[in-house]
Unconditional design. Structure first.
Length: 366
């Protein structure tokens, strides 16, 4: 009897230790388990947008296990990093760059010129009047030179210009203050200065609504034009803020095929799949959606969309040189409260507890 109970204890201990081994090998939270970056090692780097703050929380472990590239979500945007004419704020950007260095990760720089999150001072003189084209270009040059040189050697790719093309059918360039004051010249100058500051960095044009035929044609027209003028542009960033119902497989394939023809590198730069439907690239309300949970139906729709997207990404591996998610886990996404206040979204591959969702497994099994 005594021997029998010993035997039971030994067998139990063996079973527990075997299941621990299995846990370590398969559970994505375990340090030895393969992460997204490992499944996609032979395809492209897998990145994620981060804040300096998140890298001081338990999300940091998830970031290093699953990803091999990071993009600062806000820390390198002009209003954050250059809040006053004589004032640079390096704190968060430096800490993100140090994190990338420490963990051997790639770092994407985001972004050098954008109509949003641009500081007010840059467009105004000491009397509060709008500055001239010469002054604005000089300020932009100083900004780009300073920021790009600081991160030379750690930032391998910059989103130089962000969203300069209009979404309106009757308008080519976005009618931003940059455009009103400088015309289109600021775009090519931004690429030239970034190249001067760091000749080794890959320079991207980044935009959204890339699945829309009219917008895509404009993006392609502008990029071809820049290339033909000898402007140093190396790639196009597709933001890929998509949803359960958009793009369709055909739309996505056409988008990738059209951009592939450019002869530039393509990166997916801000990927997420909202659980709320988009109609013609517009996000709208759904009945009762402010109380919406991540239901089994949404979970399945999202899984299918993630699977379709990664199938397409793998197909275009020759031109696709990176896939970056916009935010780490469903604990926080920029889509929470946007565009519907009080509405939570669940657009990523990890849940609020940082566990892989079913869609994770759909993306890594191929
Ligand atoms: C755009 C910008 C990103 C980010 C998202 C929303 O796509 O490029 O930096 O601000 O909007 O958060």
């Amino acid at each position: 009897m005594k021997y029998l109970s010993h035997l039971v204890i030994i067998l139990l201990a063996a079973a527990i230790s075997m299941s621990c081994v299995a846990y370590r090998a398969h559970h994505p939270a375990s340090p030895e388990a393969p992460g997204l970056k490992d499944y996609y090692r032979d395809y492209f780097p897998i990145g994620v947008a981060v804040s300096g703050y998140a890298l001081h929380t338990d999300e940091a472990g998830l970031v290093t296990r699953q990803f091999n590239s990071i993009t600062p979500e806000n820390a390198m945007k002009m209003s954050v990093i250059h809040p006053g004419e004589q004032q640079y704020n390096w704190r968060d950007a430096d800490s993100i760059a140090a994190f990338a260095r420490r963990n051997g990760m790639k770092l994407r720089g985001h972004t050098l010129v954008w109509h949003n999150q641009a500081p007010k001072w840059i467009f105004k003189d000491a009397n509060g009047q709008q500055v001239s084209k010469d002054v604005l270009l000089q300020r932009l040059k100083e900004h780009i030179m300073t920021v790009v040189k600081r991160y030379k050697g750690i930032v391998y790719a910059w989103d130089v210009a962000n969203e300069v093309i209009s979404d309106r059918k009757d308008e080519f360039y976005r009618n931003s203050l940059w455009y009103q004051i400088c015309g289109e010249e600021y775009i090519e100058k931004a690429f030239q200065w970034a190249h001067e500051a760091d000749p080794d960095a890959l320079l991207f044009y980044n935009d959204y609504n890339e699945i829309n035929t009219v917008k895509r044609e404009k993006m392609i027209r502008m990029l071809n034009n820049l290339v033909s003028k000898g402007v140093p542009v190396h790639g196009v960033g597709l933001q890929a803020h998509w949803a359960v119902n958009e793009p369709s497989a055909e739309q996505l394939d056409k988008t990738m095929a059209d951009f592939a023809k450019l002869g530039l590198k393509i990166q997916i730069t801000e990927f997420d799949v909202s659980v709320y439907r988009k109609e013609h690239e517009m996000r709208s309300r759904e009945a009762g959606d402010s109380a919406m949970e991540f239901t089994a139906v949404k979970e399945q729709q999202q899984l299918e969309q993630f699977r379709r997207c990664f199938e397409s990404f793998r197909k275009y591996r020759d031109v696709l040189t990176g896939v970056t998610f916009w935010n780490i886990s469903d604990r926080y996404s920029w889509l929470d409260n946007f565009p519907v206040r009080g509405r939570k979204d669940y657009p990523l591959l990890f849940d609020k507890e940082l566990q892989p969702k079913k869609a994770f497994w759909a993306v890594v099994k191929f």
